[in-house]
Write a new protein. Sequence first.
Length: 282
Amino acid sequence: MLIGSHVSTAGGLHVGIETADRLGFNALALFVSIPRQWKLPALSDDSIKAFRARRAKSGVEVIVAHASYLLNLAGEKEVRDKGIKALGDELQRCVALGIECLVLHPGSCPDLDLGIERIIDGLNQAMAPLARKKITLLIEGMAGQGNTIGHRFEHLGRILKGVKHRSRYGVCLDTCHLYAAGYDISTPRGWQDTMREFDGMVGIRHLRAMHCNDSQRELGSRVDRHAHIGQGELGKQAFKHVIQDKRLAGVPCILETPKGEREKDGKDWDVVNSQILKRYAK
């Protein structure tokens, strides 16, 4: 299994890879930009070289970057135009760094059909200059708060069917988001039913990454609140049948659980959570 977490890059992008190696991960996620800031400093040649050199010496097999939280391709013109440009810039950064995938929250709009139409158009604009580059854009399934698009599989399916260069796209599912959106993956049967529906509306072949998080809130709450593995409404057993699903072989499973150290022993929570996943993967 490919297991890792979303790591900090304070001190430089290469620090994220150092953290992953220290924690024993073979996959990781990070931001290649400042997640809540529009204006970004240029990516220097030195930082690119340092990142590529550090990765070449690491045990990291897959990196799944995450796009800025500010991007809303389904929004009104001003914010949408800024988002399309920023997404293009982030994709370019991933290409320069040799990062395989970039995860994007699809966007929010009170009019679902209009929002999906805007998202498809925005994706086509952002991806057009990079159609021949080695980068895959992953649309993340959402929890469904407010007017968020992407909390139903049919939303994701419509987006993927509408974009050009479809082979350059995939989907990232989040266990917390699935549960909050109303997909009961807490039991083996519920997980199988959910994957059957996903395969029918999106296609299992498009599942390129998983975010593994327990949920603080109940089934169908449409509230995105992550919890440590086994300490939320999903419980440890849910992750056993998720991790053991052979269809996830080769799919990076990324933790986005709360950071810090466990009080009773000072152990890094990312290590604690990853050890649970690794134990179930055997």
